[in-house]
Design a protein around this ligand. Structure first.
Ligand code: PLP
Length: 423
């Protein structure tokens, strides 16, 4: 009897798996690399992590204090699903200051992290028979979520020759009557590319012909540009404001990845849908964290400026050292905290190299194909690490590339199973 029950259960789960859209959901291999790096470090290896996309700085103390005070003041219950009003007002003030555009707090929803805005927007727009455009190479969750909804993923090439920005004309040539959502991200993960205003102008003016295509602009790195590079917010384009969703948050700018705090700006027509999603899925964002969010937006910004200065120095170091590696070239990133060196001249496949570097030298990096098909031939190096560690990591990579030939039959095998495995 028992065996029979197990068989039935196994069959039941098999059926579930084959019909479930969860079969199509992907993941972010950076988390798998982090897990493996931690495992190696626990085993005694001296691991240098250039893999993970989070600032290595502590959240500024006044932000931490604001959360502690909020708890002491008794802010430990539910809040409105879309976030406390004073926080949404602070987001509106900050948006006006950084973009010059006045946005009503009634269109702002506080989210449990930046990622959840892409989850909500893609879920709202995607269904079988529709198309969603996304940057390639780009943040892997875009494609994963698009496939989850059954929509067709349409990659927008982010080419090295364009400084890892999209070409407005090329992007426009991919828009069709089935396009429901165009996802943009500048400054970009994984390349550090910043898309110039001229290319955005071209794309946005062409979207006039496609009134059913909404835009999701992921601006989570908006404060992270270098050499005076301009960040162009899509909010500045009035013609698409009634179909524009903005993703932003606290994770990167204020070194708050573990607080799970993001904000989103929605068109009037979609706001009630995201409010209902919040009520169904997370009720509200952690209350003391929301008070910390106010302190981050309204308090002193010197910690942010100091962090950016440190990132800038590391950026120069990583680029200079990457360009000195044998058969490697590296564009100078204009934003975020990633470099995306071109390793195609080394004859290594990118994921194979990333895996060998971690296992053999203790340097964690991410293979470009984890960010899309156009990522082959590249490695992502996050420079959220000290200059000493970056220098040490680059020494190890140099020595490895000088002494180790790529394996003959490279399988492009990732460190753990990943749906991008064979792309
Ligand atoms: N968007 C991009 C482009 C990112 O790189 C990341 C995180 O790496 C996110 C969104 C998600 O941010 P969060 O950690 O706040 O969910």
């Amino acid at each position: 009897m028992r065996v029979c029950a197990h068989q039935n259960q196994a069959e039941f789960f098999m059926t579930l798996t084959t019909i479930s859209s969860f079969d199509r959901i992907g993941e972010e291999n950076a988390f798998a690399v982090l897990a493996r790096a931690t495992q190696l470090a626990t085993g005694g290896m001296d691991v240098i992590n250039l893999g993970i996309g989070q600032p290595d700085f502590a959240t500024p103390p006044h932000i931490v204090e604001a959360a502690i005070k909020a708890l002491r003041d008794g802010h430990h219950g539910y809040t409105p699903a879309t976030g406390i009003l004073s926080l949404r007002e602070a987001v509106a003030d900050r948006t006006l200051e950084t973009t010059g555009v006045a946005v009503s707090p009634e269109r702002i929803c506080i989210m449990p992290g930046g990622k959840v805005t892409m989850f909500a927007a893609i879920l709202m727009m995607g269904e079988p028979g529709t198309e969603i455009m996304y940057p390639d190479p780009g943040f892997p969750i875009y494609r994963s979520m698009i496939e989850f909804t059954g929509a067709k993923p349409v990659p927008i090439p982010m080419r090295e020759e364009n400084g890892f920005a999209f070409s407005g004309n090329e992007a426009l040539s991919l828009v069709t009557d089935k396009t429901r959502l165009v996802i943009l991200n500048s400054p970009a993960n994984p390349t550090g590319g910043v898309t110039p205003r001229s290319e955005i102008d071209t794309l946005v003016s062409g979207l006039d012909r496609y009134p059913n295509a909404a835009v999701l602009s992921d601006e989570i790195y908006d404060q992270m540009t270098y050499d005076g590079e301009e960040h162009v917010s899509l909010l500045g384009y009035e013609s698409i404001r009634d179909r524009l969703i903005i993703l932003n948050g606290w994770s990167k700018t204020w070194a708050m990845t573990g607080w799970r705090m993001g904000w989103s700006i929605w068109p009037d027509a979609l706001f009630d849908k995201v409010r209902k999603l919040a009520v169904n899925a997370w009720s509200c964002v952690n209350a003391p964290a929301q008070y910390a969010g106010i302190a981050a937006l309204e308090g002193p910004q010197d910690a942010v400026a100091d962090m950016m200065q440190a990132f800038d120095q590391r950026r120069k170091l990583v680029v200079q050292r990457a360009n000195a590696l044998p058969n490697v070239t590296c564009l100078t990133p204009k934003g975020a905290f990633y470099a995306f060196p071109n390793i195609s001249g080394t004859s290594w496949k990118a994921k194979e190299l990333a895996s060998a570097l971690l296992e053999e030298t203790g340097v964690a990096a991410i293979g470009g194909p984890d960010f899309g098909t156009l990522g082959e031939g590249y490695l992502r190096l996050s420079y959220a690490n000290s200059q000493d560690n970056i220098a040490k990591a680059m020494d190890r990579i140099a020595q490895f590339l000088e002494q180790t030939a790529p394996p003959k039959a490279q399988s492009n095998r990732p460190i753990t199973a990943s749906r991008w495995r064979d792309e």
